[in-house]
Each structure stands twice: as C-alpha cells, then as structure tokens.
Design a protein around this ligand. Structure first.
Ligand SMILES: *Cc1c(COP(=O)(O)O)cnc(C)c1O
Length: 351
C-alpha cells in the first residue's frame, strides 16, 4: 500500500529502531531520563527558547500551552480551522475552561487587523484575551506557511496587548525547510511552540514543547495533572533525537514529491493549487463521490484520506518518488475510466 493518508503513517526505520534499542533511560517523571533531558535541551536550542518539555503527543502540548498561559474564562484567539479548534475533542474548554474566539483565516493565517478586532482587555464583565494561537504549517489550509512579516506583526500585536502567543508547530520543521527561515527565528518570536516527532519526522511517539523556563515549569505540572508524566521515556525520546539528526533536511524530498503529485494530477485534469509543503488537498474528480474515489484508489494500492469533503494526500518518509509516479498513474487511470455507474447516491464505502 502506498499510504498517502497522513504523514503519521511513517514507521521507525531500522536505524531509528537501533537508536531506540540502545537508549540510555531513567525516570522521566523525576527528570532523571538522560535521553529525554538531551532531547529537551536540543529542542529548546533549536526553537530559540530557554526550556522544553517532552510530551506524549502534540495534542498534549496544545493542552499544556493553554493550561499554563490562561485562566478559566479567558479568551484564546484561534484560526477557525486550526487543529486545536477542530480536532482536539474540545480540550481547551474541558481542561482549561477557556473560550475560543475564531478568526476565519486566509490560507490558515490572519492579519494583525483581524486580530485587533477581537483582542479584549477584560473588564468586570468582558473576558480578557490572554492567548493567541497560530498553526505552522496550517494543516486544513493545505500545509501552508505563515508569511514571516504577518507572523511577526501578529505576535507583536498580541504582546503589546499583553497576550501570550502559542504556535502549534506540528509541522513547523516543514515550514523551516520550505522557507529557509530558521526554526529559532519562528520560535524566538513567540512564547510557546512545539514540534511533533510523529508526523514527517518519522518517530513512533513524542512531541516537545518549548518556552520560557517559568512557563515550561507550569507545563510540567499540568502534564502530571493530565496524566502525561512518564517513566523510562528515553525509549521514545531516542527515536526523536534520531529524527532530529537524520530526518529534517529530507523533508525537502517530501515537498518535491507533493509538487510532483500535483503536476502529475494536473496532466490527469485534476486541478490542484501548488503545495507549499507536503500536503495536497483536492475535490474528488467530477462524478466521483468521495467514498467511491477513496475506495477505488485503495483497491489499486493507493491510500489517500478523507478530510471533510475533500481528498487529502500527504507525502512522507515512507513514500518514494517512484511510488508517487505509481500514485499518479492510478489517479489518471481512475479519472480516465470514470466513476462506477452503480453508485448513484455516492454511498460511503466502509474501510
Ligand atoms: C497532528 C496534529 C496535531 C496533534 O498531534 P498529535 O501528536 O497527533 O497529538 C496538532 N496540530 C496539528 C496541526 C496536527 O497536524
């Protein structure tokens, strides 16, 4: 199966498994796991921050950032289709009791003017805005990158207002590789920022959040509160360290593969905007229901994912340039053959 459904489909390589097998470990909960401590040091430095904390998932990093930088009843500003808004089971409301003020974005980003309209100082009856959350790259918008000047202007405005800035950087390193702008530049302008190791970086477990030492200490307390403290977590951190050393620059290959996929699909008459990083979203071809198209792809050995009403293809470590050519041929053959006639209602095919 050529699995383009998500960059979470990566599996640890033999060399990464080797690094995991030889990890030095200790009790993470007590701060005594040397591999976790090394990973935290490396990521803090990479992101231009003072301190960092290893977490089980990126979702946990978003929970920690909100909990550590808000109080119940505060307002968190978020782009409308952000992961933190759409795909985290209402975590900010459940775990931190905050309100989410949604800004409709342009390719996942928003302007300082849009932010200025919703920032509230807080009075005896108006809830204060204490956190502004950005997503880099933006998943639902198509792996899009915040333009640096807009990012800077939004962060500065939030800070002038006294609000903290958080970056969901699940794929920040894709933005770094594609833009050529260093991780420390993006990370150094904001208060908290995290990267995921289980997306394109190819590790099996882990994400790391970075920020000022005092904020990270608060995150550590919430991590324990939310049940996320671990023991010999160096087993997982070793995979992340391996990924930092070996799987960052190669993200450029994933971006080239996504660009090639779009080019190949254009030849098959599927028009898709050129991707900025590793994600390609498109409508099912004319006449095809989403379910029927995905099932037909899968029957031919290509898996893409449904996201809302669209098809999503994500390139990653486990999909080669040759496999992209195969995927293009499969898509072209399906478009040429047309949709199955026996599926007039566009029924979802179970999978
Ligand atoms: C995947 C993802 C997350 C959640 O990360 P997990 O490690 O899967 O919990 C958060 N934000 C974005 C933008 C993501 O793509």
């Amino acid at each position: 199966m050529i699995d383009l459904s998500s960059d979470t489909a990566t599996r640890p390589t033999p060399a990464m498994r080797e690094a995991i097998a030889h990890a030095e470990v200790g009790d993470e909960q007590r701060g005594e796991d040397p591999t976790v401590n090394e990973l935290q040091r490396r990521v803090a430095e990479l992101l231009g921050q003072e301190a960092a904390l290893f977490a089980v998932t990126g979702t946990m990093c978003n929970r920690l950032a909100v909990a550590a930088q808000t109080a119940p009843g505060d307002v968190v500003v978020i782009e409308r289709d952000a992961h933190l808004m759409r795909y985290e089971t209402g975590g900010p409301a459940v775990m931190s009791g905050v309100l989410l003020e949604q800004i409709p974005g342009d390719r996942g980003t928003f302007t300082p003017e849009q932010l200025a309209e919703v920032l509230a100082a807080g009075t005896v009856h108006i809830p204060p805005t204490t956190l502004v959350a950005l997503e880099q790259t933006h998943n639902m918008a198509g792996g899009t990158i915040w333009p640096l000047e807009r990012y800077r202007a939004v962060a500065e405005l939030a800070h002038e207002h006294g609000a903290a800035v958080h970056v969901d950087g699940a794929r920040l390193l894709n933005a770094v590789v594609a833009s050529g702008i260093a991780a420390g530049v993006w990370g150094g302008m904001v208060d908290t920022v995290w990267i995921d190791f289980t997306k394109g970086l190819g590790a099996p477990i882990g994400a790391v959040i970075a920020g000022p030492a005092e904020v990270i200490t608060r995150c550590r307390r919430f991590k324990h509160l939310f049940g996320g403290a671990m023991r010999q977590a160096g087993i997982a951190a070793a995979g992340c360290l391996y990924a930092l050393d070996h799987h960052v620059e190669r993200l450029a290959d994933d971006h080239a593969n996504a660009a090639r996929l779009v080019e190949g699909m254009a030849a098959a008459c599927i028009a898709v905007e050129a991707p900025e990083t590793n994600m390609v979203y498109f409508e099912p071809p004319p006449g095809w229901s989403l379910g029927a198209f995905l099932a037909a792809l899968e029957a031919e050995g290509v898996r893409m994912g449904p996201v809302g009403r669209r098809v999503r293809a994500v390139t990653h470590l486990d999909v080669s340039a040759a496999e992209i050519e195969t995927a293009i041929e499969v898509v072209a053959a399906l478009v040429a053959a047309g949709p199955p006639g026996a599926d007039p209602r566009g029924a979802q095919v179970p999978r």
